[in-house]
Write a protein of this length. Structure first.
Length: 402
């Protein structure tokens, strides 16, 4: 991943008589400054009471501030940084290098849950609970946090006040858990718990249905399919207008489509419809969100579609897609929030990824599609063949010129 492409600035944290700096991306949570919840959680920790050696896991690590601050205070500890967002994990890894924790004591990984915790459990789990995950998912993951602790292990959580009762209710279901701190502040509640007796490492949360919604029925033209949507990703019960106009643009693609790239596949509707329409040999999905990647891969299975080669790339960058084989078709669901330089960089990447005469379909709000097309017009190797607009959204089909 090109870190300079995403870098916004450094933010500083002063804790435990030390000041550390962290690189952040504009697109990450708390990119202006270290958020108040993280600061509260760190202030609640009694570092002197922790042993000289142990294993900590920063769950939903963002750019790594909690886990790396603990590693800075406790040099004898090992620390895992885990997040479902590949951009966050990339910045965590970069911040690990910048802080010179290059002795192997810190590991960074994209993941949905705590199934990567050690078999022996964690001595400390840090979790800045994401309110947008929803109460049901938060309660299920709270039980996983409690289960992933070692005997005597501590979990330190911070959560916005309206969701604190959901955390308390989930913890009450585990008899091995004792609440040692429950402190409400103006906007956040900090909760510490201790485990008595070894826990059991949780399994893969997607396979256990932690994020699942009720199964849904969907259809395009004469093709009907069922999938199990997931929480916190749109289009769980209907298609957005942007997806609908992308479907319209796909109908204009002619000829054989052997290999397809889909950026930001969401619940999997676009990959499913493409797989049904073109029956490609190869399908690659790219997204910074691991949940979207895995949900869309599962959707293909649920819809009964078989593809010889399915590849998931956890990244916000097309440059991270491996291989030298060009794609016949790429579909990019554009986000509004990224800077113009990101769109330009994606066009540069696409120029080397799409075969001559191949198609790129972009979809999103009309404003972001117009911006992307203006950048494409300046590069000279793209020809706009079709554009469709509907209810403030738009899709366009571009052909890769020789």
């Amino acid at each position: 991943m090109n870190m300079e492409r995403w870098y916004k600035k450094d933010v500083r944290l002063t804790w435990n008589a030390r000041t550390t700096s962290y690189a952040v991306a504009q697109e990450l949570f708390s990119s202006h400054e270290v958020d108040s919840g993280s600061k509260l959680l760190l202030r609640s920790l009694d570092v002197a009471a922790l042993p000289e050696r142990g294993h900590a896991l920063d769950f939903g690590c963002g750019y790594g501030v909690l886990g790396l601050a603990v590693r800075d205070a406790l040099p004898g500890w090992t620390v895992q940084l885990v997040d479902r967002d590949a951009l966050a994990v990339a910045f965590s890894r970069w911040n690990t290098e910048r802080l010179q924790f290059d002795d192997g004591s810190v590991t960074c990984a994209v993941g949905l849950g705590l199934d990567g915790a050690p078999d022996s459990g964690c001595d400390l789990i840090l979790w800045n609970v994401p309110g947008k995950a929803g109460e049901t998912v938060i309660q299920r993951l709270t039980l996983d946090v409690a289960a992933a602790l070692a005997d005597g292990g501590i979990a330190a959580l911070v959560v916005v006040n309206p969701l604190a009762d959901a955390i308390r209710a989930a913890l009450a279901d585990d008899a091995a858990i004792t609440v040692t701190l429950d402190e409400e502040h103006a906007d956040h509640t900090v909760i510490h718990v201790r485990r008595e007796g070894a826990g059991t490492r949780p399994g893969d949360p997607l396979e256990r249905g932690v994020f699942d919604r009720e199964p849904g029925e969907f259809g395009v033209d004469d093709f009907d399919y069922d999938i199990t949507p997931v929480m916190s990703i749109p289009e769980y019960d209907s298609y957005s207008f942007a997806t609908q106009v992308v479907f319209d643009a796909l109908r204009m693609v002619e000829g054989e489509v052997d290999s397809v790239l889909v950026m930001r596949p969401g619940q999997g509707h676009v990959p499913v419809v493409i797989a049904n329409q073109f029956r490609p040999r190869r399908l690659t999905t790219v997204d910074r969100d691991q949940l979207a990647l895995r949900a869309s891969a599962r959707a293909l299975v649920d819809a009964g579609l078989r593809i010889t080669s399915i590849e998931m790339v956890a990244s916000p960058d097309l440059v991270d897609v491996p291989g030298d084989e060009p794609f016949s078709l790429a579909v990019l669901m554009l986000e509004d929030q990224v800077r113009n330089e990101i769109h330009v960089a994606r066009l540069v990447d696409l120029a080397s990824m799409i075969e001559s005469g191949g198609n790129v379909i972009i979809g999103g709000t009309s404003s972001v599609v117009s911006r992307f097309l203006s950048f494409a017009a300046k590069r000279g190797n793209w020809k706009v063949r079709d554009r469709i607009k509907r209810s403030g959204t738009s899709a366009a089909r571009l052909e890769r010129l020789a």
